[in-house]
Design a protein around this ligand. Structure first.
Ligand SMILES: [Zn+2]
Length: 134
C-alpha cells in the first residue's frame, strides 16, 4: 500500500490535504465467493473543517474532512480506501471458479456510504488484509 499526502493552503486559505492512495486488497468474488485481488487507486483533495456546518460551502473539487482537535491521517486514508472499494467484485469469466453462469447484476452506483447490502466485506476485513501486505 502506498499513500502520498500533501498538505497546503489554497489561495483562499483553506487547509487542504491532498491524498493519493494505492492499495492491493483481497475481496470476495460475488459469483464464486473465491478470493480476488483488487487494486484500489484513489486521489482526493480534502479540506480540513472544524465543523460539519462549513461543508456546504466547499467548491466541488474538494471533499470535506471534519477534524477534531487533530487530524487523524490514518482515519482519512482508511475512509478513502473504503470509498474506493467497489460494492461488488467479480473475477473475469476465465478466472472465476463458478461454472453456474449466474451473474448477479452489479450495482453500478458506487455509493458514498459504501455499506449498503450485506454482501460487502466489513471494513475490518479490508484492514486485516492491508496489515498482512505491509
Ligand atoms: Zn469468481
Amino acid at each position: 500500500m502506498a499513500v502520498k499526502a500533501r498538505f497546503f493552503r489554497d489561495e483562499e486559505g483553506r487547509y487542504v490535504l491532498e491524498l493519493a492512495v494505492e492499495a492491493q486488497v483481497a475481496v470476495t468474488c460475488q459469483r464464486c465467493l473465491g478470493e480476488l485481488e483488487e487494486c484500489l487507486q484513489s486521489q482526493t483533495q480534502l479540506v480540513a473543517l472544524w465543523s460539519d456546518a462549513d461543508a456546504g460551502q466547499l467548491p466541488a473539487r474538494y471533499d470535506p474532512l471534519v477534524v477534531g482537535e487533530e487530524l487523524d491521517l490514518w482515519q482519512a486514508v482508511e475512509d478513502e480506501l473504503l470509498l474506493a472499494l467497489p460494492n461488488y467484485s467479480y473475477h473475469s469469466d476465465i478466472e472465476c471458479g463458478s461454472q453456474t453462469g449466474v451473474v448477479v447484476e452489479p450495482d453500478d452506483d458506487n455509493g458514498i456510504d459504501g455499506d449498503e447490502g450485506g454482501q460487502q466485506q466489513s471494513p475490518f476485513d479490508v484492514l486485516k488484509t492491508l496489515k498482512q501486505d505491509s
